[in-house]
Design a binder for this molecule. Structure first.
Ligand code: SF4
Length: 190
């Protein structure tokens, strides 16, 4: 392998499998040039007419070699460009797939959260936990000096049920409070 062909190979990523035919073509051109040079040189040296014809033959070989080298260089550039484009396309595909997976994971987590919330038992307003904080399922039935009209779990910052009728509340772990409920720890959502 010549120094030049080795250099071209070094510039070409091994992962560009799709470019093998083009690469083979470049190597063939280099091989033909490598064969042509000594043959033409020998013909010229073996001539009975002396060194002048040999110099003429070399004058013909030199441009041919330059032409082959130029074509090889151009082909190598083309392969490098194609490889870069292929790698960029691949990178975009991987990024897109990762975004899809992330979206699916978030959707699954959301569904799991919903299922877990639905599975929680409803808070017993007559239980010690609820009575300790003056909780009632119906906020309007509350008799507590802190209560103000319009306040209820659904607009409390701690309510985790969103627009659902029932939802979690960190003050009553493992239980659901009613959207229309209220307790003395109420804090308006901003
Ligand atoms: Fe309802 Fe808020 Fe009291 Fe929880 S803290 S029970 S959400 S009023």
């Amino acid at each position: 392998m010549t120094k030049q062909s080795k250099s071209i190979q070094d510039q070409t990523p091994a992962s560009a499998e799709v470019l093998v035919p083009g690469r083979r073509r470049v190597l063939e051109m280099m091989g033909m040039a490598a064969v042509a040079l000594p043959v033409l040189g020998l013909q010229a040296c073996g001539s009975d007419e002396g060194s002048a014809p040999a110099a003429t033959a070399m004058d013909k070989v030199e441009p041919a070699m330059k032409d082959v080298a130029a074509k090889a260089e151009k082909a190598a550039d083309t392969m490098a460009d194609s490889t870069k484009t292929a790698m960029e396309d691949m990178s975009e595909s991987v990024e897109s797939a990762a975004e899809e997976v992330q979206a699916e994971v978030q959707e699954a987590a959301s569904q799991a959260q919903t299922i877990a919330t639905d599975a929680m038992a409803q808070l017993d307003e007559n239980g010690p936990q609820a009575m300790g904080l003056g909780y009632k399922h119906d906020a309007t039935a509350v008799e507590n000096a802190r209560y103000k009209s319009g306040q209820q779990c659904s607009n409390c910052v701690l309510f985790q049920g969103g627009s659902s009728e029932w939802g979690g509340c960190p003050l009553f772990t493992g239980k659901q409070v009613k959207a229309t409920g209220w307790c003395s720890a109420y804090s308006a959502a901003s």
